[in-house]
Design a protein around this ligand. Sequence first.
Ligand code: MD3
Ligand code: FE
Length: 203
Amino acid sequence: WQEPLCAGALVLRGFALDQEANILAALESILAAAPLRHMVTPGGFRMSVAMSNCGTYGWVTDRSGYRYDRTDPDSGHAWPEMPDFMIRLAQAAAIQAGFNDFAPDACLINRYEVGARMSLHQDKNERDFTQPVVSVSLGVPAMFLFGGMQREEKAMRIPLAHGDVVVWGGAARLRYHGVLPLKQASHPLLGQHRINLTFRKVS
Ligand code: MD3
Ligand code: FE
């Protein structure tokens, strides 16, 4: 089922469900090589969301700023490869929204525990804003906030559940967004956690 949210944003309910076993197996090996960690913002705050990456580039933050890096700062090694089936999943979702040549080179893995949240922000660390972001939600459902081009604008609330995929492109690409604190709940495969994968073309 497809729900257009606004120009450029398309919710694909359950689009990743048939890949859930493959995704969970891949995450197990990716996260063994590049464990989830709570990064620190440039302002010095520990993020409540634990993060890791796969792909050529990984999103990182520390006291010196936000950036994409080819190496995991915790290990000094390249990030684990992005599995082909995950690239194909992100591409298939992007095609549903009319982005026919999406070639993601970065996948940020966000893990939310009870109370973890992401405050309103814009994704501006990429170079080419004509490329969409594809997000895959897994585990405990969350309330996603989708705002406007200014932080002050009132945000829509969109529930995102296990298997939902969203393509954020075009006019949606630079809108403010965030996630409300995760409520206590349990998912049969992921326990008390929510995992969100965001696929991007960075370079
Ligand atoms: C709308 N992650 O990692 S995914 C992020 O659920 C991030 O973990 C959230 O925001 C999460 O940057 C939201 C949905 C999402 C991702 C990127 C977007 C929505 C977006 C970029 C532009 C507009
Ligand atoms: Fe974001």
